[in-house]
Design a protein around this ligand. Sequence first.
Ligand code: UD1
Length: 430
Amino acid sequence: MNQYVIHGGHPLFGEVTVSGAKNAAVAIIPAALLVDGVCRIENVPQISDVTLFFSILEELGAHVRVLNRHAVEIDCRHIRSTKPSYELACRIRASYYLVGALLGRFGQATVAMPGGCNFGVRPIDLHVKGFRAMGAEVTEGGFINASVPGGRLKGASIYMDLVSVGATMNVMMAAVLADGYTTIDNAAKEPHIVDLANFLNSMGADIKGAGTDTIKIRGVDRLTGGTYSIIPDQIEAGTYMAAVAAAGGQVHIKNIIPKHMDCISSKLLEMGVEITEQDDSLLVRRSGPLTHTNVKTLPYPGFPTDMQPQITTALTLAEGTSIVTEGVWDNRYKYVAELKRLGARIQVDGRVAVVEGVGRLEGAPVQACDLRAGAALVIAGLAAQGTTTLGSVHYIERGYEDMVGKLRGIGADIEVVDVPEPEKKEAGVS
Ligand code: UD1
């Protein structure tokens, strides 16, 4: 098991290139199951969630050919099974997309209830409601069992009771090969929703309105294949922006879509970070003190919940008191206990965190408890004086491509250390 060892307290300088979006990739790769042909997908991030999806697809009978570090060819013409193994599917939250894709193409799916990051109850009732509206019979337990009599879903009008990224994408996948028209109202509008729609359209689907409240899908008989490039990762870019805010310095963040960054940039600007927008990059600079601000996470185009731990970490170093309100998940402050080990002053009450700025953080041993919490603790370690050792970094590797290499490229003193067995036992992580 690896740990990150960070000698912090140094500003960051240089360039960092953002990879393809994790949350787009973990939808687009299973969506390849809908395609009766070969898809070439580019700008694929090299992260463990993606590798796991390749294994799941291969197990179902897909031919996955990795062309280079960031490009893959997936051929789903000869799928043998609609039941991925429990061992693989339960390891990843986004395995729920296998239900929409398999049900849409083959009229049946049996998929283990998803795992992944745990920050509160993560129901999938809206996904199931959508599938049922399209004529599927669905039972839930350890597995989600979905099938449609006659083998083909029927288009339907579906109103999402609340804005859900996963349910919007899953219903979209199920609907592309359905008989007739599907309308999704109160749809999520995240950049990866648009990316999935663009991917499916480039394979032969007919989806309109992705990125707005209402998505309209005309079912087609077949998706035939093509080439598609995944968008850059908004959250990865935001994480490096928050790292510059916390540690100081000047970093050129390349390969981004500036419009996707507005919701994050606007908060960092309020905090005193300087941001200069270029065509597909941002120059981020922090030399003076950070100012307190209030943040509330919301569905896009609001401030993303997946950036909440990172901005809260930067706010621990801002002058004055900031209020952070989590508007999406019930329990997304588990990392605060670890941040306090470094000297942060934060009081959590339900979905609200009151962050009292401190002059400095001090390095300490800490543990990641999920993907973005892990990223936040890396940021804290970069800003803190002294040495921080971060355990359970496999969470970070689920969603950040080569975070350590990229941070070293902008001058961070961070290394990966393999913890020998006896120390693991002493540290209680065996
Ligand atoms: C996705 C992201 C996750 C991000 C979240 C919100 C992936 C793999 N994960 O998760 O990183 O934090 O969007 O931007 O892309 N809900 C229901 N019933 C449902 C579905 C959701 O009540 O059937 C609720 C959830 O409990 C939550 C809210 O809706 O409170 C939003 O969840 P959702 O947008 O669905 O998150 P995910 O798609 O699971």
